[in-house]
Design a binder for this molecule. Sequence first.
Ligand code: PEP
Ligand code: MN
Length: 339
Amino acid sequence: MVVVMEHNAKEEKIQNVITHLKEMGFDVHRSDGVNHTILGAVGDKTGLDMRQLEVLDGVHEVVRISEPYKLASRMFKHENTVITIRGIEIGGDEVIVAAGPCAVESKEQLMIIAEAVKNSGAKILRGGAFKPRSSPYSFQGLGEEGLMFLREAADKYELLVITEVTDVGQIPLVKKYADILQVGARNMQNFMLLKELGKIRNPIFFKRGMSSTIREWLTASEYILSGGNREVILCERGIRTFEDYTRNTLDISAVPVIKKLSHLPIFTDPSHGTGIRSKVIPMARASVAAGADGILVEVHHDPDHAMSDGAQSLYPDQFAKMMAELRIIAKAVKRRIGS
Ligand code: PEP
Ligand code: MN
């Protein structure tokens, strides 16, 4: 349920409504929009008489949210969420590109790739130090050493760091080195992990589970949001369908759907979404055309020898070409991509 306050309602009236909601047993989440303050009330509504709230001074209207996600919903927050990290705005006018290898393999590898992606206009360096591999026999990542390499390369080339956290116990360590913490597709419903990420203040890059609906994805994001961490970036990374030509099916329609249902920024990941290098650029173009706030792409200078996901990693010169094309498309949809 959301309580929409009157235009320019006085603070004391807002506080009075908050007190009432708390007395009724609700958790209250406040959103101060351009026109209205909105109070999201989360809790058991059984036996609630909405009129008790509607009559309070300063209340414009009380709306029941029938969807299971509340704080992620546009009903709760009308304006797009813009997340600012060291001057870089995610969810604003600029389409932000995060790029880098699937896994951190060595310092030399990261330095080469970081320089290349920075020169082409990427704003964020990606790379996994803890890899959630489908097989326990595959390369599992360099751990803390990998995080150190990421930070060093990102600082040298003035990039932000995004990297995955796969377990609750890793949060303090990953937080020490990364600007944005990624929750991978396989962990979208790891509710213990999500709850803990709700307690920190780093932005969370929240990938869609490969067999999850948009409703399940947004509902899972509530675990982070309701903990008090409002900085969630959604990422469509492809879902399992009956089609097996591509590794996954990149659901580009999720972009406009999320834009309608939620205020959170939405990225796509055409690398895991297709699994095939030659299909990454067309899907990146389509994502920007569909209104994505950003793209996450795997890039490797020597993909034939990559320790993971070489087949879907772009060569640096392909990445440069992709960025040039995306700039044209971004302009056509009234966005921009920085140099
Ligand atoms: C990744 O981005 O490195 C990754 C493992 O992606 P996903 O969780 O989407 O498979
Ligand atoms: Mn990968």
